[in-house]
Write a protein that binds this ligand. Structure first.
Ligand code: EAX
Length: 337
């Protein structure tokens, strides 16, 4: 009897592995549907948490793509940096080992310098102007600069205005961050800006940040409130200053060769679903601003308003360090100057 059970168990194991293997094999190829109606699987990676704005937007994208393709496409969402940090995700999409990702624009200058535009401190203060520029010629030209890395940039979603948090003291004026170890994204302008503020910028992938905060190897970080809240940073950070020093777009992207291999009707369904999900995600992200301040205060965090003019003046010199790397037409589109 025992032998029969052992044989049955090994048969079940073999079947399970093979089925997953087939699924993985299909989802790794440059898929095109064929007569056997093989389902196209699109895996999307993100570092954000399941209850965050990226994943809620991706759930909109998933349901729309599956509806518009009559379920010939299945979208699988992998949150919480399961498939790696944002640089890894973008590299994977470029190599074609991952079909899609959504990433804050922060790491993207490592793939195209055009994205540095969005990292200039306080260059975006009005979302509507930002959306117009990102959805227009300038934004589309910046997205297409990813194609040399094998990536088709689909759209600019919203990460949001970034605020500084720390576990030492209330930060009100730029001088207050002097000497603090502040985690930044792996982005040259972010690093130089926090150096300018006489802090100690400490770039690292997102998945390492919570532990580094808990262990005290860094004193603070900077992110939109939704990222702070969905990553439970109140467990390691007691102060937030509403500096809004950077506005982060979040870019959705797909491996270009894989996308180009899809039949036209599936390409159109993906582009339509992404555009609609982008608009939904931007609305959702904006709607969170006020309620998150109350939610996070309710968790014992001190949230301080700051005089943004002081911060803007303190960060301004970083423009001179990078102006030769950023198309002046792009800066004019965002600032009018
Ligand atoms: O994209 O790394 C960061 O601080 C990003 O804002 C976060 O992963 C969401």
């Amino acid at each position: 009897m025992k032998r029969i059970i052992a044989v049955l168990m090994s048969m079940i194991m073999m079947f399970t592995f093979t089925a997953c293997g087939e699924d993985t094999a299909t989802s790794n190829s440059n898929q095109t549907p064929n007569d056997t109606e093989e389902k196209i699987v699109i895996r999307v990676g993100t570092t954000a948490e399941p209850d965050g704005h990226y994943v809620k937007g991706l759930e909109q994208f998933k349901s729309k793509v599956e509806e518009y393709t009559q379920n010939r496409v299945e979208v699988q969402i992998f949150p919480s940096a399961q498939l790696g940090n944002e640089r890894d995700l973008v590299e994977g999409v470029g190599l074609g080992t991952l079909e899609m990702a959504i990433s804050s624009s922060g790491p993207l200058p490592n793939f195209s310098k055009d994205f540095l535009l969005f990292d200039l401190p306080f260059i975006i203060t009005d979302r509507e102007i930002a959306y117009e520029v990102m959805d227009g010629e300038v934004g589309q030209s910046i997205l297409s600069s990813l194609e040399s890395s094998g990536i088709k940039g689909l759209g600019f979603w919203e990460n949001g205005f970034r605020h500084i948090s720390n576990d030492k003291k209330e930060i009100l004026v730029p001088e207050d961050v002097a000497g603090m170890k502040i985690r930044t994204m792996e982005n040259p302008i972010h690093i130089e800006t926090f150096k300018l503020l006489k802090s100690i910028p400490t770039p690292m992938g997102w998945s390492e940040v919570f532990t580094a905060l808990q262990q005290g190897t860094i004193d603070g970080q900077e992110n939109p409130l939704i990222i702070f809240d969905t990553n439970k940073l109140e467990e390691a950070q007691k102060y937030i200053s509403l500096t809004g020093h950077f506005y982060s777009p979040a870019v959705t992207m797909i491996n270009k060769a894989t996308f180009d291999n899809y039949p036209e009707d599936i390409q159109e369904a993906i582009l339509r679903a992404e555009k609609e999900a982008k608009e939904w995600e931007r609305e959702y992200s904006q709607s969170l601003d006020k309620e998150l301040i109350e939610t996070i205060k309710g968790k014992g965090v001190t949230i301080s308003e700051v005089d943004k003019v002081l911060w803007q003046e303190a960060c301004q010199p970083v423009y001179d360090l990078f102006s030769d790397q950023i198309n002046p037409e792009y800066i004019k589109a965002l600032t009018g100057k």
